[in-house]
Design a binder for this molecule. Structure first.
Ligand code: PEP
Ligand code: MN
Length: 337
């Protein structure tokens, strides 16, 4: 339910309504707009005494939220969510590019790659320290040693970090090092993990599940927001289809579809979407043209020797050329990179 407060409602009126809702067993999520405040009330609607709440001073009207995802829906919040990671803003006019290797392999390569992607214009450094591999025998990541190398990359470049957390037991550890949590496609419906990162205050990059519908994806975002962490960035990374020429099928229509129903920012991962570095530039440009708020791209100094996802990784020089091309596409949709 959305409680719309009138323009003349005082701070005390808003606090009284919130207290009343809490007393009735609801979780409240106030959104303070320039003109009006609205309060999202999440809970069992049978417990809501609509008459009592609607009669309270300062209450203008009560509107039910029809969508199954409530806090992620733009029925509750119309203005787009802009997530601040230091001085980087995700969801504003600037398209934010995140780049780096699939997995962190060693400090020297990581720091060198970090400098190159920064010089090319990336704002966030990616790298996996915990890798969710399809095979238990494949490289699983350097774990905490990898996180320490990431920090060296941040110190050398000033870039913010995004890295994946694969298990609830690691949330506290990863939280000590990263600026943004990544929840991978395979964990999109790991509800305990979603709730756990929802209890932190760090932004969460939530990848779309391999065969998740947009509604299931938004419901996963809802798990995070319901715990009080509103800083969710959605990431379209391709879905499973019958097609085998590409690793996945990039669903670019998810971008306008998400914008239609949600206030959350959305970024695109053309690397996992295609599995082939040759296709990455075209899809990155397509994502910018279709309204993505950012990109996350795998870059490796020597892809044939990469321990993970070499075939889809761009060399730093190719990444730099792509960044130049992306600026032109961004300009044509009145955005910057
Ligand atoms: C990754 O970013 O390296 C990764 C494993 O991605 P996804 O979860 O989208 O497969
Ligand atoms: Mn990867």
């Amino acid at each position: 339910m959305i409680i719309v407060m009138s323009q003349s409602a005082t701070k005390q009126d808003i606090a009284n309504v919130e207290n009343k809702l809490t007393e009735l067993g609801f979780k409240t999520h106030p959104i303070y707009g320039d003109i009006k405040t609205v309060i999202g009330a999440i809970g069992d609607k049978r417990l809501l005494n609509i008459h009592a709440v609607s009669q309270m001073p300062g209450v203008e009207t009560l509107v039910p939220i029809m969508k199954p995802y409530k806090l992620a829906s733009n029925e509750l919040q119309q203005s787009p969510t802009v997530i601040e990671v230091g001085d980087v803003r995700i969801g504003g006019n600037e398209i934010v590019v995140m780049a780096g290797p699939c997995a962190i392999e060693n400090e020297n390569d990581f720091v060198e790659t970090a400098k190159k992607v920064r010089n090319a214009g990336a704002k966030i450094l990616r790298g996996g320290a915990f890798k969710p591999r399809s095979s238990p025998y494949a490289f699983q990541g350097l774990e905490e040693d990898g996180l320490k190398i990431m920090v060296a990359g941040r110190e050398a470049t000033g870039l913010k970090l995004v890295t994946e957390v694969v298990d609830t037991r690691d949330v506290e550890l990863v939280n000590k090092y990263t600026d943004i949590f990544q929840i991978g496609a395979r964990n999109m419906q790991n509800f305990r993990l979603l709730s756990e990162v929802g209890m932190t205050s760090k932004p969460v990059l939530l990848k779309r599940g391999l065969s998740a519908t947009i509604e299931e994806w938004l419901m996963a975002a809802e798990y995070i927001i319901a715990e009080g962490n509103h800083n969710v960035i959605l990431c379209e990374r391709g879905i499973r289809t019958f097609e085998t020429m590409t690793r996945n099928t990039l669903d670019l229509s998810a971008i306008p579809a998400i914008k239609e129903v949600s206030h959350l920012p959305i970024v695109v991962d053309p690397s996992h979407a295609t599995g082939n570095w040759k296709f990455v530039p075209a899809l990155a440009k397509g994502a910018v043209a279709t309204g993505a708020d950012g990109l996350i791209i795998e870059v490796h100094p020597n892809p044939p020797c990469a321990l993970c996802d070499g075939p889809q990784s761009l060399r730093p020089e190719k990444f730099e050329t792509l960044m130049q091309e992306l600026r032109l596409v961004a300009q044509s949709v009145q955005r910057t990179i």
